[in-house]
Structure formats: C-alpha cells, structure tokens
Design a protein around this ligand. Structure first.
Ligand code: AMP
Ligand code: MG
Length: 343
C-alpha cells in the first residue's frame, strides 16, 4: 500500500472508531435546579436517563415543599406553628424525623433538629444577620432540645417555644431516596450534587472508573484534594458555605446547640463518606460541632454507623480516618499539606 493510501485507510479507521465510540456512549442527561435553599445539579447516564431525571427533579421539588421551615404550606411550618399541639405529617416526614432524632441522640445532641430558633435569631434564613447578646443566647439555648420532640406514628408534637429544622439532614435523605429511585429505574451511573457539598453517587462513571469529587480548601477558592467514590455518598459541613462577618469575626451557619451560637471547634470543614447519604449529612454537621478530637473518638466508638471522615483544621491540617487513605489524594499545589491518618 502506498503511503498516501495507508494514510487514508488509517484516517477512515480512526473515523469509524470515533463513530462507533459515539454510538455506544451512554445517553447523558443533566439538570440544575434550586431546592432546599441550595443549587442542585443532577447528571444521569443510561437509556432511561431522561425519564429518570424528570422523576428525580419532581421528587426533589416535592420534598422541598414538605420540609421548608420558611414556606407557609410546608409540613415543618405547620408543626412549628401548631402552638404545641399534635400535627399530622406524611409518612416520608415521620420516617425522616424518626431517623434524625436517633442521630441527634447518638451524637449526644451535637446534631439537634430543634436548633431553628437560634438559626433564625442569627439571621440565616432571612439574611438579616445579627449577633444576639449573651442573655438572648442563653434563652435560645434553653429552647433547643431534640428530646422534647414527641413522635407517635405520623403525629408530631413539640413545645410551642421550639421549632424544627431539617436543614442539616434533608439533602442527605433526598440523596438516599433518589439513589433508590434511580436504581429501580435501571440507572447504573449517576452523580447527584444535592448542594452544599452533599453528593450521592450511583455506581461508577460510565467508563467504569470511580467518581472523583473535589474537597474545597476552606481557606481558598480551589480544591485541596480529591475523593474517589463508587456508589457512596459524601457530605461536607464547612464554615465557608454560609456565614457572615462582623468586627472581624466569622459566624457560620452551623450552631452549637449547647450555646445557641455558631460552632467554633477548631475545624473549618468536615467531610463524611458513607453508604448512607443521611448519615453523611447528619454526621458532617454533628462532627463540625464536636471538633476533630471528639469527632475521632466518636468515629472509633461508632463502627455501626459505617462512615469515614476527613477534617480540615483551622491550621490547615488534614485528618482522615484510615478507610479514606486509598481514595483520597491531595490536589496539585497542595502536595506539601500535612495529612494525619487515624485508625
Ligand atoms: P449542614 O449544611 O448540613 O451542615 O446543615 C446546616 C443547617 O442545619 C443550617 O443551615 C441550619 O439550618 C441547620 N443547623 C445548624 N446547626 C445545626 C445543628 N447543630 N444541628 C442540626 N441542624 C443544624
Ligand atoms: Mg448536614
């Protein structure tokens, strides 16, 4: 074969290869939406991706309507404005409440789904930020106590002075629900970014490799590391996600239920990886309140919760549990960062 002919044959072969690669690439469907007070972005692969995506966005919009503490027709609004009487909620809400209350108990109240009076007093839902005086904080702290929430089947009751907020757990629950729905719809590959670093993955990337998720540097604009996930969920709670500054002090949206003030525990972010997105969401919030030392002890004491964690301290130190050692890598530019592995 002459050089020119061989060149033409090779070009044809390359074209056919790229055409066949195109035709066998799985269908990809994407959507970005605003729900649960955050931007969510869903990416699904597979023949059924379009229908599955429509179902997933419907589900998210429904859950948003059920659980918003600020929308007057939500179930959480109804409970919070019931004046201390019993309120009937639907099955989905009572299951989430029950599981959340268990997590409040396991974390010894570091997670507390009745923190809303403090969240509101600091101005997070409205954006009218303020720093309450100590006397007000003491009074607010006395209104935070998950153990006062009564749940009887589909009925909920809490004292009139208290309010529920599922903001720390709802995104995780949604991830769990969607991953189940998508599996039932035959989707084997999906990346669900449920906002504020709550991620649910389904399977692997279409090419069979793990999903690679960036971990934000709390002190900068870039990713300081990458976590590889396959079918797992991940949640990050950090002081850079929602905060305001006054007189040089940063006040973040995660409240220490013991003080009713933004948690200040020496960590800037906590990332949790687990097969359960609810555990990721709930525990990342709780571990942020606890700080690294207490959090590591909590991880050692609770193998049944089946999670791994990564803390980034105020000094930039990264601490990770040994189960993340092989799936975590430092990003370019961060190779010198100190990483402590705990077992
Ligand atoms: P996350 O972003 O998952 O860490 O959840 C933080 C959100 O949960 C806040 O915006 C509040 O609405 C609410 N919240 C704040 N502190 C707590 C806490 N200690 N326990 C439960 N919910 C909280
Ligand atoms: Mg959370």
């Amino acid at each position: 074969m002459s050089g020119a002919r061989r060149g033409a044959a090779l070009a044809l072969a390359a074209l056919m290869l790229s055409l066949s690669a195109c035709s066998s690439a799985p269908k990809k469907e994407e959507e970005t939406l605003f729900a649960m007070d955050t931007v969510m972005s869903l990416t699904l692969y597979g023949d059924n991706a379009r229908d599955a995506l429509a179902q997933a966005t419907d589900t998210l919009e429904q859950l948003d309507e059920l659980w918003s503490p600020t929308q007057e027709d939500s179930q959480i609004w109804a409970v919070n404005h019931s004046g201390g009487s019993w309120t009937t909620v639907d099955g989905e809400t009572s299951v989430l409440l029950q599981q959340s209350l268990e997590l409040c108990q396991i974390t010894d109240g570091a997670l507390d789904i009745t923190a809303y009076p403090a969240v509101e007093a600091w101005g997070f839902p409205s954006g009218d930020y303020r720093v309450p005086a100590q006397a007000e904080l003491d009074q607010l702290a006395s209104r935070i106590d998950y153990s006062q929430v009564e749940l009887a089947g589909n009925r909920v009751r809490l004292p009139a002075s208290m309010s529920l907020d599922l903001g720390a757990v709802a995104k995780g629950w949604a991830g769990e629900l969607l991953s189940q729905q998508l599996s039932e719809a035959g989707i084997k590959s999906a990346l669900l970014d449920l906002g504020q670093s709550t991620i649910q993955t389904v399977g692997t990337k279409p090419d069979g490799s793990p999903w690679r998720i960036g971990i934000q540097d709390p002190a900068g604009e870039s990713y300081l590391g990458i976590l590889e996930l396959t079918g797992q969920a991940m949640g990050t709670s950090g002081d850079y996600q929602r905060y305001f500054e006054q007189d040089g002090v940063r006040y973040c949206h995660i409240i220490d239920p013991a003080t009713a003030a933004p948690a200040r525990s020496g960590v800037r972010s906590v990332t949790v990886v687990s097969s359960s997105a609810l555990n990721c969401d709930a525990l990342s919030t709780a571990l942020f309140v606890m700080g690294t030392e207490k959090g590591v002890a909590f991880w050692r004491e609770h193998p049944e919760l089946d999670f791994q964690a990564l803390w980034i301290g105020e000094d930039g130190t990264i601490t990770l549990t040994k189960g993340l050692q092989s799936s975590f890598s430092l990003a370019q530019g961060y190779e010198d960062r100190e990483v402590q592995v705990v077992s």
